[in-house]
Design a protein around this ligand. Structure first.
Ligand code: DAH
Length: 362
């Protein structure tokens, strides 16, 4: 067999094999085998030297053509494999942009925080400062300075958790049963006039029920200056009630007793659900009590060194959970601190209600 036939056969075999290759390692083996320095083509071309001189140019040219053809085919194969690898990668890493997205869990403001913000915002607009104070308190601030001496029967109004700690000159350590002790702490520290609102947690040693928790919030407020009268109390609290429950609300004040105020009162709004006609929410009475209030007792002013002959003030206290329950139609206080996400998520729906309240309050 002559070199020309060998070359033709080699070329044909090489191209046929190459066409079947789909893997890079196999392709590399092919290259070594056909085009390598000791490859088959080299072997055949070695035979050129043995040819008679007149046949060499034609055979040499045939050898070059075979080499070029194999090299070109090899380059094509490299490109073919590169494209195939790319296509495979694209397929493998494919993202289905039509898949519905995963909705991230969005938190929402706790109903207590929400109502506290609403309440404090209303009083802030009326010029009240916001203060907070200790939840672990001394008997002196929680009771004594608020005109509730030891053994006073009024202490029965607040079932108290006492802390097992040595008493100080300010009496026993306890968990504050109301936010009223902050009246004393603020007035001890600041000279009149003062206008302060105090949101915070309080504790009661109570049986837990639909309406009672052993921890809940209160919002205390008070204002002391010269010439503060009951009219200021009524005006301020009526403004508050209307900002929160709607401008059409009517308010009702009735006598009530709290040791640290004289006179003391409770304020009710006409039921915002039935507009006073009587319904389940207002127990058919048409009225809903929302806070306690009164003119700060002269003894309380004296305790903090304010002269009751010169200064007077009003104070009030309310339960924000109760207010949120009324406003949002929540039936039991226990839901607030049970941390059941189903309840907390539901409150997202209140956003509209809150926006309306904000608009009405301005
Ligand atoms: N501290 C009272 C309570 O816990 C609420 C209260 C009533 C606060 C009348 C006041 C007030 O400031 O004037 O029941």
């Amino acid at each position: 067999m002559g070199i020309a036939e060998d070359l033709a056969a080699l070329r044909e075999r090489g191209l046929a094999q190459l066409a079947a290759i789909s893997e890079a390692e196999v392709l590399e083996e092919w290259r070594t085998r056909y085009l390598g320095r000791r490859g088959e083509l080299t072997q055949v071309l070695r035979g050129l030297g043995a040819l008679p001189p007149e046949e060499r140019p034609a055979a040499g040219a045939a050898g070059n053509r075979a080499k070029e053809a194999l090299e070109a085919a090899y380059d094509d194969a490299v490109e073919r494999l590169r494209r195939a690898a790319l296509a495979a990668a694209i397929e493998r890493e494919r993202v289905d942009v039509t898949l519905p997205g995963r909705t991230p869990q969005v938190g929402q403001v706790h109903p207590t925080t929400r109502i506290l913000r609403e309440i404090t915002a209303i009083f802030a607009r009326m010029g009240f400062d916001v203060a907070d104070g200790p939840e672990v308190e001394w008997d002196y601030y929680n009771f004594e300075a608020l005109n509730i001496p030891p053994d006073h029967p009024a202490r029965d109004m607040w079932d108290t958790f006492y802390v097992d700690a040595p008493p100080s000159e300010r009496g026993a350590m306890l968990l504050r049963t109301h936010t009223s002790p902050m009246q004393i702490r603020v007035m001890d520290r600041y000279a009149p006039p003062v206008r302060v609102i105090v949101p915070g947690k309080v504790y009661r040693y109570e049986a837990i029920s639909a309406r009672h928790e052993s921890m809940f919030y209160q919002v205390e407020g008070f204002a002391v200056d010269r010439n503060i009268t009951m009219a200021d109390l009524k005006g301020t609290l009526a403004r508050f009630a209307r900002a929160l429950f709607g401008e059409e609300r009517r308010v009702r004040f009735r006598c009530d007793y709290f040791p640290f105020v004289e006179p003391g009162a409770e304020m009710a709004i006409d039921c915002h659900l039935c507009n006073g006609a009587g319904c389940r929410l207002c127990s058919q009475s048409g009225w809903i009590e929302i806070l306690g209030a009164g003119m700060i007792h002269p003894k309380v002013l004296q305790v903090v060194g304010y002269d009751p002959g010169v200064y007077s003030g009003f104070a009030f206290g309310m339960g924000p959970e109760r207010i949120a329950m009324l406003k949002y139609g929540i039936e039991t206080i226990r839901l607030f601190y049970a941390n059941d996400l189903r309840f907390l998520r539901q409150l997202r729906m209140l956003d509209g209600a809150v926006a309306r309240a904000d608009a009405g309050g301005r």
